[in-house]
Design a protein around this ligand. Structure first.
Ligand code: KG4
Ligand code: ZN
Length: 336
């Protein structure tokens, strides 16, 4: 079963081709980050329009090394969660292309896609495992018991961790997207310079808005003493490193608790924030003795279509293709 996969839920226009064995034949990601950077964040209308302009070329580029349309047996496409206009472009394109070529379509959850990106690192990965899903919109701990069978153990009560990285980067005057900018700035900083909160809530829940506010008060305090502080690399690097250390420690504390609670022998860390170098190293160090740790390559942690292809293949095996038109769901939360 060779699947074309399409992902347009936020600001990456992506297409990929996967084969029946879960092998990846191609993966193309056209990032819109530069277009949104001038606005300091994703502008939904602009994102949808850019998907519309780029999708055909991105799909053609993904198909070229994979044998063209003739090799495609079905299409997997993200149907949510995400920005409604963006989801409509991807699902509209997928269904029109499928109708024109007489092939079937399956709608896939972006979050299930993030989870199964782990198969791109470990093709024989099987449940049960615990997934820490950390992105711009989600901070979820999920116990995956089988394909289509997942229990949400805990989630953030306010900001997602990626959102906290983006907001703290903005406070520090770093460019959008903030996560990679903090990751880079932190390499020159002292993670122990400022002690920031590590909120550990019951029920594996997270809260990152207090951490972001603590950074704001810390900066207000520092800048009152030295108004030009943000122009000095030392302050930016130390705050970036201290914030990153607090965020990573918080994620690891809840992940360790979830591993103990479930007794799972495998853990996967996925979503855009899983490309963070400090998080990757900390999870490997802290959970490596408790469980088999699987973290996809950074390009499969941030949004991509290869993960939608892998999840789409599992979905088709479990319940077949969609018979009815795909309905986009911007607030889709289910992992199963
Ligand atoms: O999964 P993703 O690409 O899109 C969503 O589904 O949200 O995640 C994007 C998030 C953004 O908040 C971005 O700042 C963050 O992932 N991110 C990072 C890094 N790379 C991307 N956060 C920390 N360190 C990174 N290296
Ligand atoms: Zn995502």
């Amino acid at each position: 079963m060779t699947l074309l996969a399409i992902e347009t839920s936020c600001d990456e226009t992506a297409a990929a081709v996967v084969d029946g064995g879960g092998g990846l034949l191609s993966s193309v990601v056209a990032s819109q980050a530069a277009a949104h950077a001038v606005h300091g964040g994703v502008v939904p209308e602009l994102a949808a329009r850019m998907h519309l302009e780029r999708i055909a070329a991105v799909v053609e580029e993904a198909l070229r090394p994979a044998g063209g349309w003739g090799a495609v047996e079905g299409i997997a496409v993200t149907r949510g969660p995400g920005l409604v206009g963006c989801l409509l472009v991807g699902t509209g394109y997928a269904q029109a292309a499928a109708a024109a070529r007489g092939i079937p379509v399956v709608g896939v959850s972006h979050m299930v896609g993030h989870v199964w990106a782990a198969r791109l690192a470990r093709p024989d990965l099987e449940p049960p495992f615990v997934a820490l899903v950390v992105s711009g919109g989600h901070t979820d701990l999920v116990h995956v018991r089988g394909p289509g069978e997942a229990e949400l153990l805990g989630a953030t009560r306010d900001d997602a961790v990626g959102e906290a990285f983006d907001k703290v980067a903005r406070l520090l005057g770093l460019p959008y997207p903030g996560g990679p900018a903090i990751d880079r700035a932190a390499t020159a900083g002292d993670p122990a310079r400022y002690r920031l909160p590590r909120p550990v809530l019951p029920d594996f829940a997270f809260s990152f808005s207090g951490l972001k506010t603590a950074v704001r008060y810390l900066l207000d305090d520092r800048l009152a003493a030295d108004p030009r502080g943000l122009q000095r690399p030392g302050l930016v690097a130390d705050v970036a490193a201290s914030f990153q250390a607090a965020a990573v420690d918080t994620l690891c504390l809840q992940l360790e608790a979830a591993l103990e609670h479930t007794g799972a022998g495998r853990v996967v860390v996925v979503g855009g924030v899983a490309s963070n170098r400090a998080l990757r190293a900390a999870v490997a160090r802290r959970c490596g003795a408790l469980a088999d740790v699987i973290i996809p390559a950074p390009e499969f942690c941030t949004d991509n279509a290869a993960m939608i292809g892998v999840a789409g293949g599992l979905e088709v095996a479990r319940r077949g293709y969609d018979r009815d038109p795909i309905v986009v769901d911007p607030g889709l939360t289910a992992y199963s």
